[in-house]
Design a protein around this ligand. Structure first.
Ligand code: AMP
Ligand code: MG
Length: 416
């Protein structure tokens, strides 16, 4: 007789358990040039003020605003042009009453001047002079020292993922190396007696491994160095041999296949034999219900996380994105600030779903006159790669609902 199937846990609870188990990995220093997408291990404070000196925001004339306070089209004021100050240079002369300096964007503001008038707003005056027909405010078109960043102020918090804007900021500060959390090392294994490498011709009854390449592709996009363990048959000894060595090197094991209740499914028993303790098995989602998550703790080392993904390729990728990716972020100390399903669209068609599970619905989404419209592809299936590849969006059919109905507002995200 079969034992009762264990209850499913909710996807939110699953994620909570994953976050609880995944500790932040150690840190390392990397050159700024290699630091994009890395997560800061410590806060960074400004070494310098930005801009580092008062400078011009425009090509024009640096002058004393008081000199032209009465300037008007009927009352032009002419100022003597002393010299031209270029970016990278510096004005030699102080601007005194009745004087101006021609100045280029980024050039230091000459002493005495308090304002810049755009070249387009001036006219040539008598020889060596510039004519102004409008007043200006002090500070106009001047970027003053420290207006953007003050020396000593907080630039970036620990846990921030560095974007090109942040790289620019740190480069402007002269930061050459940054402390970041090391990247999690992931090992990927596909299991199944039916699988052959996709570069080979499958014999009768066998299929090409599509999970291996897909999981590795996703991990490489996310910047997690992944070791490809290839394919293992549904034999405990072979599976164990493939995983035992990898477990000593990897922070995260990602195994696809063999986590359901089939006669030859042995991923869970092999995990157990390798000292991986089950945290949960079976999550109330579709696709992806058989997802397994376990942890091995070795003294003095960060906990090793093991994911057993369902073998069906669409389910495997959904689980990777929904559960493994957040785990990789947590291992790097990164706390995303927004929900991954942050868009809302209107369902264009009905779709039945299990009420006790959250369903990830593959859609073709487009912007309509009243907002995004979601055409739920039919049929959906956890093995239907053609369907998944045709979709450009993933929507959430919420728990507690037995049918998505045309006109329903659904949360979704793009499948990029
Ligand atoms: P399993 O989770 O091992 O019961 O597998 C469920 C389904 O997914 C079966 O139809 C398998 O043939 C298929 N499958 C398992 N692993 C892969 C893989 N790596 N690539 C493509 N299909 C797979
Ligand atoms: Mg299998």
């Amino acid at each position: 007789m079969k034992t009762l199937t264990p209850p499913m846990i909710s996807p939110d609870e699953a994620l909570r358990l994953i976050f609880e188990r995944a500790g932040v990995l150690g840190e390392e220093k990397v050159p700024l040039a290699d630091a994009v997408d890395r997560v800061l291990a410590a806060e960074i404070r400004a070494l310098d003020s930005l801009p580092p000196f008062d400078n011009s925001a425009m090509d024009g004339f640096a002058l004393r605003s008081a000199d032209i306070k009465d300037a008007a089209p009927g009352n032009p004021v002419e100022l003597t042009v002393l010299e031209t100050v270029r970016a990278g240079g510096s004005g030699r002369l102080e601007v005194k009453p009745g004087e101006a300096a021609r100045i280029m964007t980024g050039a230091p503001l000459p002493r005495g001047a308090d304002s810049v008038v755009m070249a387009e707003m001036t006219e040539p005056g008598a020889k060596g002079k510039v004519k102004l027909t409008q007043a200006t405010r002090p500070g106009s078109h001047v970027r003053s020292r420290g207006e953007d960043v003050l020396e000593g102020s907080l630039l970036l918090d620990a846990g921030a993922r560095l974007r090109p804007y942040d790289i620019a900021l740190l480069a402007a500060q002269g930061v050459t190396e940054v402390p970041v959390i090391r990247r999690p090392r992931v090992a990927v294994l596909a299991t199944g007696d039916e699988l052959v490498d996709y570069r080979e011709e499958p014999a009768a009854g066998r299929i090409r491994d599509s999970n291996g390449p897909a999981l590795l592709a996703a991990l490489s996009r996310w910047g997690a160095p992944a070791e490809n363990l290839g394919i293992a048959p549904d034999e405990p000894a072979a599976l164990r041999a493939a995983l035992a060595a990898a477990l000593s090197r990897a922070d995260v094991l990602v195994v696809s296949g063999g986590v359901s209740a089939g006669d030859f499914d042995c991923t869970k028993s092999v995990f157990a034999a390798l000292g991986i303790r089950e945290v949960f098995w079976k999550v109330a989602i579709k696709p992806g219900k058989p997802l397994f998550f376990g942890v091995r703790r070795d003294p003095g080392e960060p906990p090793k996380l093991a994911f057993g993904l369902p073998g069906n390729p669409v389910a495997a990728l959904v689980c990777l994105e929904e559960f493994v990716r957040p785990a990789l972020e947590k291992l790097q100390g990164h706390a995303p600030k927004h929900a991954s399903y942050h868009l809302t669209g209107t369902a264009l068609n009905d779709y039945p779903k299990p009420a006790d599970r959250r369903q990830y619905l593959f859609c073709s989404a487009k912007a309509g006159p009243g907002g995004y419209e979601l055409n739920i592809l039919r049929p959906q299936g956890s093995a239907m790669l053609g369907m998944a590849s045709r979709a450009n969006a993933l929507a959430v059919g919420p728990e507690g609902v037995s049918r998505v109905v045309r006109g329903d507002a659904l949360k979704f995200r793009w499948l990029k």
